[in-house]
Design a protein around this ligand. Structure first.
Ligand code: MF3
Ligand code: CO
Length: 282
C-alpha cells in the first residue's frame, strides 16, 4: 500500500497544508518530510540561536586583522559563543577539532584554525560560524578581505555575495529547491566563475545538517518542494577558475580548488515564509 507522508494522521480531518501537500505528493512531486516543516516554537528557538551566531560573526568582524592567526579567530568564536550560553557546533562534529572553519584563498571550505597560519595583506578568508543554543542550530559565513587585495579577488567576493542573494530571491513558497541552484549557477557563470558541486546548503535547525540538500547549481523546477516553515542554508562556493576541488589528505577536512585559484563563499540560514525567504542570520 502506498504511504503518503502528508496523509492526515489517524484518519483525522486534513489541515489545509496536508491537503495541499498530499495533492503534490500524489502527482509524484518530492515534498518535505513532516519533521522539517517547523512550528513557531521551533522557529523561535532557531531565531535565538541565529541571533547569537550573527553576534559571533560581528565579533570576528570587529577584531579580525592582518598578523592575527586563524587560531586567534577560533578563540574569539569559542569564547564569545560560550560566554553567551551557546555551543560552537563545529567543535567535535564528526571529529572536527576546532570551533569555527577558516578558509583562506584557494581553500574552498572546512579550513582548520591553526596557530601557525597568519592572516596577511591581500588574503581573502571565509569565516564559517555555526551555533547551538538551547538545542537549536544556526549557520552562517562571511568573507573578509585583509587590507588591499587584487581587483580580481574583490570581484570574486562581491559576485559570490550576489550569488547568495540571487539564490535567496529565487526561492519562493511552493517553488523548488532547484530554483535556487539554477539562479546561482547562472549568475556565477555569467561572471566567468564556476560553482563547486561537491558541497551544498542544507536544512538546519533541529540538527546541524538535514534535508533538503540545497545544490548551488542545476535546474529550475527540480528537487524538493519549498514549504513555509522550512529552515535551510544557502552557501554557494564560487571558484575563480575550475570548479574542481580536492580534500587535504593530511586532515581529511579542508577542501581546496584543484587549480589553487581563489574560492569564495557566503552563507545565511533562511526561513521560508508565506511570501519568500527571511534571513535569520542577519
Ligand atoms: N559550517 C559548515 C556548513 O556550512 C559545516 C562545517 S562542518 C565542520 O555546513 F565540522 F567543519 F564544522
Ligand atoms: Co552550512
Amino acid at each position: 500500500m502506498a504511504h503518503y507522508e502528508w496523509e492526515p494522521i489517524n484518519g483525522s480531518a486534513p489541515t489545509e497544508l496536508e491537503e495541499k501537500l498530499l495533492a503534490y505528493e500524489k502527482k509524484g512531486i518530492l515534498v518535505p518530510p513532516r519533521r522539517v516543516v517547523l512550528n513557531s516554537e521551533q522557529i523561535q528557538g532557531i531565531r535565538e540561536s541565529s541571533a547569537i551566531n550573527t553576534a559571533v560573526l560581528d565579533e570576528v568582524a570587529k577584531h579580525i586583522e592582518i598578523g592575527m592567526t586563524t587560531e586567534d579567530i577560533n578563540e574569539i568564536v569559542h569564547n564569545f559563543t560560550i560566554a553567551h550560553g551557546a555551543v560552537p557546533a563545529p567543535l567535535n562534529y564528526q571529529g572536527f577539532p576546532k570551533s569555527v572553519c577558516t578558509s583562506i584563498n584557494a581553500q574552498v571550505c572546512h579550513g582548520i584554525p591553526s596557530s601557525t597560519v597568519k592572516l596577511k595583506e591581500g588574503d581573502i578568508i571565509n569565516v564559517d560560524v555555526s551555533t547551538i543554543y538551547n538545542g537549536y542550530f544556526s549557520d552562517a559565513s562571511r568573507m573578509f578581505i585583509m587590507g588591499e587585495t587584487s581587483k580580481e579577488n574583490k570581484r570574486l567576493v562581491k559576485v559570490t555575495k550576489e550569488c547568495l542573494e540571487i539564490g535567496a530571491y529565487a526561492a519562493k513558497p511552493f517553488g523548488f529547491v532547484g530554483d535556487i541552484g539554477a539562479a546561482i549557477q547562472t549568475h556565477a557563470e555569467r561572471n566567468g566563475y564556476s560553482v563547486v558541486q561537491e558541497l551544498c546548503g542544507h536544512g538546519v535547525g533541529l540538527k546541524f545538517h538535514e534535508v533538503p540538500e540545497v545544490l548551488h547549481f542545476g535546474t529550475k523546477g527540480t528537487g524538493m518542494l519549498l514549504v513555509p516553515g522550512m529552515v535551510f542554508t544557502i552557501e554557494p562556493m564560487i571558484n575563480m577558475g575550475s570548479r574542481k576541488v580536492f580534500v587535504d589528505r593530511s586532515n581529511n577536512w579542508t577542501i581546496y580548488t584543484q587549480d589553487m585559484k581563489p574560492s569564495a563563499q557566503w552563507e545565511h540560514t533562511f526561513l521560508m515564509t508565506e511570501t519568500g525567504l527571511e534571513i535569520l542570520t542577519y
